[in-house]
Design a protein around this ligand. Structure first.
Ligand code: ADP
Ligand code: MG
Length: 397
């Protein structure tokens, strides 16, 4: 069942009535600018047509409990504005892992002085978890817009995204950058998003008419990777500290040109140099890619995606054999302009740019060849680029 029908149906069964609202917040796929959001770089994501859906209404009059059912897990949590301060539920037990996402959003909104009305909610998603499509920020953004609708207040989507990021950083404890929440909040149908992760200025860019974005899920899920992620963030910070001695003007790796990096990189420990080189070159690649896209040079844009994969594989070292296999097969197929792993890596998905007339054959062939090579069952899907998070009164369905 589609998650939208699933949450509506589950809500009706549980509460014996229609929910007042339905919130929808998409996942995202990043085309270029990987592992640069926390280095103040540029990213090029798009919101996708897989999303988290929340069917919800205000809590019963007099109740100060928010009751939230995670329909995909068949688990329920209940918390109050005061219980979430100490990460416990209304019964005094620690909030389970998934409950920290909606509770964290409530906590961050409240911290910003925004009113939180207790809600009864059922949510579900068709974004695979831990697959590089950012299921977590879609859950956060879905609840962020839900509480905005219930509270009757509204703030710009980027500000809502920043509060959701704060929830993930400070409440859930995952040190993510702003890209994921931004894309889920600010997505525009049929357009790529270009975000400057330093100034937070953003704009949209066209996707050529004849091009499809294809997501290929290896079905491998990343595990225990927060230590790897943190180690890479640390390497980037260390590189800035060392390079600052010769380049006093820099604040982040985004400020280092490839030429300057090549002059001073011998001062970095070998591993730090590799990590930092990926970031410095990726920032340069993304600037080139933006120009190409604006000129409609999609072939050359695809080439840059291919270069990005090599860099993530060999310098940033966040790929795995299954992602490499998916990329190599894709690049060998007719109509494929570019392919690379997307998201943090260590499992999950690749993103592919494919000529529309060849996309069905591409998807079928990619799945077949990947299965033969790895014995895994991949999921290939042709993605529609979607709008950002929103709330729809259910009377409009
Ligand atoms: P991703 O890369 O998909 O964002 P994360 O590890 O950051 O992966 O977030 C995944 C976590 O988000 C899950 O472990 C769960 O706690 C929460 N989550 C995501 N989707 C759902 C869902 N449909 N129902 C409940 N929790 C979810
Ligand atoms: Mg996440």
């Amino acid at each position: 069942m589609h998650p939208k029908d699933f949450v509506l149906e589950t809500y009706r069964q549980r509460y014996g009535k229609e929910p007042t609202y339905l919130a929808i917040a998409p996942g995202r796929v990043n085309l270029l600018g990987e592992h640069v959001d926390y280095n103040d770089g540029f990213v090029l994501p798009a919101a996708i047509d897989r999303a988290t859906y929340v069917a919800f209404s205000g809590a019963e009059p007099g109740s100060d409990h928010s009751t939230i059912l995670a329909a995909d897990f068949g688990e329920v949590t209940s918390f109050t504005e005061s219980s979430i301060e100490t990460k416990i539920d209304a019964n005094g037990a620690p909030l389970c892992e998934w409950a920290r996402y909606p509770a964290g959003v409530a906590w961050a909104l409240k911290g910003a002085g925004l009113a939180i009305q207790p809600m009864q909610a059922v949510f579900a998603s068709d974004i695979p978890r831990g697959a590089g499509l950012s299921s977590s920020s879609s859950v956060e953004m879905a609840f962020a817009v839900a509480w905005s609708a219930l509270g009757g207040w509204s703030i710009p989507p980027m500000e809502l995204a920043l509060l959701a990021q704060r929830a993930e950083n400070k409440y859930v404890g995952v040190n993510c950058g702003i890209m994921d929440q931004f894309a889920s909040a600010c997505g525009v149908a049929d357009r790529l998003l270009l975000l400057d992760c330093r100034s937070l200025e953003w704009q949209t860019l066209p996707i050529p008419e004849n091009i499809a974005i294809v997501i290929a899920d290896t079905s491998v899920r990343r595990k225990l990777t927060s230590s790897e992620y943190n180690a890479r963030r640390q390497a980037c910070e260390e590189a800035v500290t060392i390079l600052k001695k010769d380049l006093p003007g820099i604040r982040a790796l985004r400020d280092v040109s490839v030429a300057d990096f090549n002059r001073f990189c011998h001062k970095l420990p070998k591993m730090v140099e590799k990590r930092a080189r990926h970031v410095v070159e990726e920032v340069e690649r993304s600037l080139r890619a933006i120009q190409l896209l604006q000129q409609g040079e999609i072939q050359a844009f695809g080439q840059i995606m291919n270069e990005c994969h090599v860099s993530l594989r060999d310098l940033y070292e966040v790929s795995i054999p299954e992602l490499n296999a998916m990329v190599e097969i894709a690049q060998s197929l007719p109509g494929c302009l570019g392919a690379r792993l997307t998201g943090a890596g260590f499992g999950g998905c690749t993103v592919n740019l494919v000529e529309k007339p060849k996309v069905q054959a591409f998807a079928a062939e990619l799945a077949a060849r990947f299965s033969i090579k790895t014995n895994l069952k991949p999921e290939i899907y042709i993605c529609r680029v979607s709008d950002g998070a929103q709330v729809i009164p259910t009377s409009l369905h």
